[in-house]
Design a protein around this ligand. Structure first.
Ligand SMILES: [Zn+2]
Ligand SMILES: [Zn+2]
Length: 67
């Protein structure tokens, strides 16, 4: 049985101007008007991980390994 990839349901996709550049669930750019962070601190990424974000909302980096 093949399980289809579910569409991203993150609330940022439905917003006219999301407060973040990257979606924390799928890593897609949701707001181009935010400039990408060149380099995030480890602390920032650790905080995102604690918030269960799969991707960093500032630089788009994948924070958790895909199973
Ligand atoms: Zn998404
Ligand atoms: Zn980052």
């Amino acid at each position: 049985m093949i399980i289809a990839r579910e569409p991203c349901l993150n609330f940022n996709h439905g917003r006219p101007s999301p407060p973040v550049r990257y979606c924390p669930s799928c890593g897609e750019v949701v707001n181009n008007s935010h400039t990408a962070e060149a380099m995030c601190s480890q602390e920032k990424h650790a905080k995102h991980r604690r918030n269960r974000n799969k991707y960093c909302t500032d630089c788009g980096k994948q924070l958790v390994k895909l199973q």
